[in-house]
Design a protein around this ligand. Structure first.
Ligand code: M6R
Length: 607
């Protein structure tokens, strides 16, 4: 998705902007550009394609000490040079970078064209640049404010004007934006990663707020000019967390980070001996949560898969009816919500537009809302009544890995926390927590045998169709394994509850077709081995994910990838690891760009 970076201070701005843009690359983009303030005029450079293309156009020795930059992910208009941001007014005096979508863009364009404005691009952002220019009378902040009153839609923007060479005006309404605080300098960005090498001190902007940013001062107000005071906060991440640290790809790094990440996620929250769970974010609403008549878990993509595991966990441990809904469906389908309904939004980024909209819808209908979110201070984290952070550090790879396991771990803790307040005995909770405590170590054991997954990928990476089957808690894992393979290797893969196979998809199976079956020990074992037999009878090649020590399965499968034993509700935390590794290696073998898959963005902040 689009990214914003801005700098105003004492140092040459260009290297800072380019570094920031590079750190935003992981979010996905198809063009990039910068605007530099040079001696009372703006110098705009922008181009379709990678940041390296933009760099070739730039004089990296340029002296200007203020500027804005942008990575664009095309929505209005093709990814071309002319549609890349920044966009300027007709005089070239005002430049705007913008994340989000202006909804009344058509009407604005028609109005401006009638006033004689000639548009150069197909973007909605250009209308904003022209509009600000029409209101400009020597005060950029005031002109932006007036223009924003004419705009509907979601935006995060940074605006500069050549008449005010050390001022950036930023505004937010529905897209993340934060201000980095340095000594005699300030930065503005849509993602902390963009500024982390310069400062860890930040001010998070909220929707409906604007800021006038100069080297020494930040003046924050609402859109209606009411002054706003915000605390400076510390970004928790270290720079090493957003660098490759010797790995070939962020996805591989993040897969291998999972033991430590899960340890961070569980730290201080579980106590096996007493069978107790401490989740600070739930303390104030525990009473309401234990009285809830229904939970709705919502999210998109991988987060939706984690939510589905959560549904199984909640119903088993809390014994309260729970449903999982695609946020994109929930937001539009007139859902039945009463005051006994709790809606839980699951999201790594905390910025996914559909999940955010589902949440707003749920709130408007009176639900208590919780977030299971990774990015601190993100829109979903702010919008929810309460919630539990994942605490796994930044996830850079587009394919979500450590966020999935942490989302499941948090939902498991929530289920156990609330279960204890209802039907779960202290002994059962203690057993559950003891098993949960083992998970980081058990993931590390699986990762020691990561080479086994590579062998599978080498054998089957040439097949264009794969099936993933699971039952019970491992059904969402089958969906997740298929999604991982699809999104980074471009192999078509389908995940299914194994029993559904006989209702249609079994027709797909042909000689040698790779079928990944999660066949770990537990209540579903006999049924899933039966499904394996059905696949084998039709010539499919079985790649089984099984529990260590299961020798029987080796007779039924071409390949077995073993995971340590754990109770069924926690198995997704282990069974997903080999599937992440298979997808990763298949993508590498097929020469795909693992961290930046085609057509995909890290966080989907548009509909
Ligand atoms: O940031 P979120 O968790 O809300 O993102 C939701 C999905 O867009 C995300 O999980 C997506 O499916 C990933 N690319 C999957 O790997």
């Amino acid at each position: 998705m689009c990214g914003i970076i801005g700098y105003v201070g004492q140092r040459p701005a260009l290297p800072i902007l380019i570094e920031g843009l590079r750190r935003l690359e992981y979010r996905g983009y198809d063009s990039a550009g910068v605007a530099l303030m040079e001696r009372g005029k703006l110098q705009i450079s922008k181009s379709a394609g990678r940041i390296s293309v933009l760099e070739q156009m730039l004089d990296m020795q340029a002296k200007p000490k203020a500027g804005i930059g942008h990575t664009r992910w095309a929505t209005h208009g093709a990814p071309t040079d002319v549609n890349a941001h920044p966009h300027t007014d007709a005089s070239g005096r005002i430049a705007v970078v913008h994340n989000g979508q202006i909804e009344n863009d058509r009407a604005l364009r028609t109005y401006l064209e009638r006033q004689g404005v000639e548009f150069r691009s197909d973007t909605d952002t250009e209308a904003l640049a022209h509009l600000i220019s029409r209101f400009y009378q020597g005060n950029l902040e005031q002109a932006v404010r007036q223009a924003l009153h004419e705009i509907s839609g979601a935006y995060a923007i940074a605006v500069v004007c050549s008449d005010e060479p050390d001022v950036i005006v930023a505004a937010r309404n529905g897209g993340p934006l934060l201000i980095g605080v340095g000594k005699g300098e300030h930065l503005v960005a849509s993602d902390p990663a963009a500024i982390l090498s310069h400062t860890t001190q930040v001010v998070y902007m909220s929707d409906g707020e604007m800021a006038r940013i100069t080297p020494d001062h930040v003046h924050m107000t609402t859109l209606d000019a009411i002054p706003v005071t915000r605390e400076i906060e510390e970004i928790e991440w270290g720079l090493e967390q957003i660098e490759l640290d010797g790995y070939d790809h962020f996805m591989l790094k993040e897969i291998h980070e999972q033991p430590e990440a899960l340890q961070d996620c569980l730290r201080g929250r579980i106590e096996a001996r007493s069978g107790s769970i401490h989740l600070g974010g739930l303390v104030d609403c525990t009473r309401e949560l234990t009285r809830a008549r229904r939970f709705i878990l919502t999210g998109c993509g991988t987060a939706w898969h984690a939510a589905l595991v959560g549904e199984y966990l909640f119903e088993e441990l809390i014994r309260t009816p729970t449903e999982t809904e695609y946020a994109s469906e929930f937001r539009y389908r007139n859902p039945v919500i009463d005051d006994g309904t709790v809606v839980i939004a699951v999201s790594q980024s905390g910025e996914t537009a559909d999940t955010l909209a589902a949440l707003v819808e749920a709130k408007q209908r009176g639900a208590l809302t919780l977030g299971v979110v990774n990015v601190v201070g993100s829109s979903i984290a702010r919008e929810t009544d309460s919630g539990v952070y994942l605490h796994v550090g930044p996830e850079i790879g587009v394919a979500s890995t450590k966020a999935f396991t942490a989302q499941v771990a948090v939902l498991a803790m929530m289920a156990c926390y609330l279960g204890r307040r209802k039907h779960l005995s202290p002994a059962a909770a203690s057993q559950f927590i003891t098993a949960l405590e083992q998970i980081p170590k058990q993931i590390a054991e699986i990762l020691e045998r990561a080479g086994d997954a590579k062998v599978v990928a080498e054998r089957y990476a040439g097949f264009e169709n794969w099936l993933y089957l699971g039952r019970g808690y491992n059904y969402p894992v089958a969906l997740e394994g298929a999604l991982k393979l699809k999104e980074i290797s471009y192999i078509h893969a389908e995940g299914l509850p194994a029993a559904e196979m006989k209702h249609g998809p079994i027709a797909l199976i042909h000689e040698g077709m790779p079928v990944v079956v999660i066949a770990t020990s537990g209540s579903q074992y006999d049924r899933i081995t039966n499904n394996i037999a059905q696949v084998r009878a039709r010539g499919g090649s079985i790649i089984a994910i099984a529990t260590e020590g299961d020798r029987q399965i080796a007779k039924m499968a071409e390949h077995v990838l073993y995971v340590p034993d754990t109770p069924e509700p926690l198995q997704p935390l282990l069974t997903v690891i080999p599937l992440q590794l298979i997808a990763y290696h298949a993508a590498v073998l097929r020469g795909c760009n693992v961290d930046k898959p085609r057509n995909l963005a890290k966080s989907v902040t548009v509909e």
